[in-house]
Write a protein that binds this ligand. Sequence first.
Ligand SMILES: N[C@@H](CCC(=O)N[C@@H](CS)C(=O)NCC(=O)O)C(=O)O
Length: 193
Amino acid sequence: MITILCTPRSPFARRVRLAFRRLKIEHRDEFVDPFHPSPEFLAANPLGLVPVVLGLAEKPLPDSALILDELDARGKGIWPQDARARTEARRLSILAEGVMAAAVAYYLEGMQPQPDPETRQEHLDNIRRTLGVLASESISPGSQPGWDLAVALEYVSLRCPDLDWKGAHPGLVAHLDRALADADFHATRPPAA
Ligand SMILES: N[C@@H](CCC(=O)N[C@@H](CS)C(=O)NCC(=O)O)C(=O)O
């Protein structure tokens, strides 16, 4: 049985959990605490990060992008086959993934005993700027970049509640609303902070 080591709120884990559900690949989600990692978890990923997938390849696979690539290599159609379309899809996914990373960094900086306001502002600026670019793109809802964008948007709402991306980008609101109508997207929603 394939196991996804994950947390309920990790956006990187969610993009992987969603792909497994969408592709109807039998698996189970196992929640771990990367901030208090068990020796078993560190043996699976010495970096101490989620997601990690066990049982898909010979060795535990860390990193959401690698895991999606492995699914694609196994013919699961994560990325378009046409080279130009593939590069374009990956470009958009990398931007959405960058928004996830900036929102995680913003949150973690806020958890520091003395958060640095400049660092936090820089993360917010990166998110705001990148969402502006993503809002100007045409991103198909059922594509990998479409799911990644929806995951990023919901995570930004969770971790950066003061950033009014909804007021600035009605198109992105519609994109997230469409995703929320999907049963798998709904089932993997991060619990409230
Ligand atoms: N590039 C990695 C990022 C993974 C990552 O940053 N995961 C976070 C959760 S959202 C984590 O495990 N953090 C635990 C820690 O920083 O100790 C991926 O795409 O999987």
